[in-house]
Structure formats: C-alpha cells, structure tokens
Design a protein. Sequence first.
Length: 171
Amino acid sequence: MKEIEVKILDINVEDIRKKLLDLGAEKVFEGEVEMYRFDYPDDRLNKEDSFLRIRKMGEQVELCFKGKKEGTQFKMREEIEVTTSGLNDTLLIFEKLGLKKIFDGKKLRESYTLGDVRFELDTYPGVPTFVEVEAPTEEEVITHVEKLGYSMNQTTTLSGFEVEREYKKNE
C-alpha cells in the first residue's frame, strides 16, 4: 500500500479538534506512542531512504516497513504494516536478526478518521503539536487540508522524526 500524506505544523489544537468533530470525524485513539526504528549494521535501509519501525499505541504493536520517500508536494511511500503479538517479542526478533536500533522515542497522539482519511495530532517533547492528513489519493489530501482551513502551501512533507530533529536543531 502507498501512503499519501502531509503535515501542518504549529496548529491551534483546540481549533483542529473542533473542525474534525464538526466534519464528523471519529476519535479512534488517544495516548502515548512508543516508536523504535531499525536498520542493518551497514545502514542499507537508511541509504535507500527506507526504514523498519516498531510502534506501540496503547496495547497494539505494529511492525512497519516504509519505502523510499517519493513526491514533493505529498509525502508518498510504500508502507507495509502488520500487527504483532507484543512489543518485547518483536524487539527481540529484530535483535536476533542482527538489526540495530537507530532511534527510540515517545510522542502523544490523537487519531481521528473520516471515511478513508486519517488525521493524526502528534506532540513530541519540545515540539509544537502538528496534524498529519493521510488519504488514499492526493485529491482527498488537498480537500481535507482545505476543510481544516489550510492551503497546501502551509503543509510539509517532513516525517515526524524530521520535524522533531528540525525543532531540536533550532533550540
């Protein structure tokens, strides 16, 4: 599957929540998210602009491969995701395969859905909350960015990891 998404930085959180609920979006998750990124010892995934991620949201644990980032107006990547039975076992499998952990972190997330469109309000430590809009098509991303009161000129294709790195660099 290919993900198609953009982020809107420095949002008014209360305003976005109200707009999402007024649009009929349903809140499907709220809580802490643990994230771990892995690569081979020779950094071959990073060199290909790809990565493996394990993410724990509530009790759910997901294993995900993300392919090379494509596009300039939208962040598009191949995304293959499965749910696993538990965080510790999944981390142990990666360790046994000889993969190295290149990142671990936590964030707070609120997730909303509106049909096939997902909205993620993410808050990393020391970073203003931003919203990610993900949809099956570029047109739907544009439509929903505009429904939130923004234009595509106000969006970015940075990953959450890159957003966090940019804010920390400017501290």
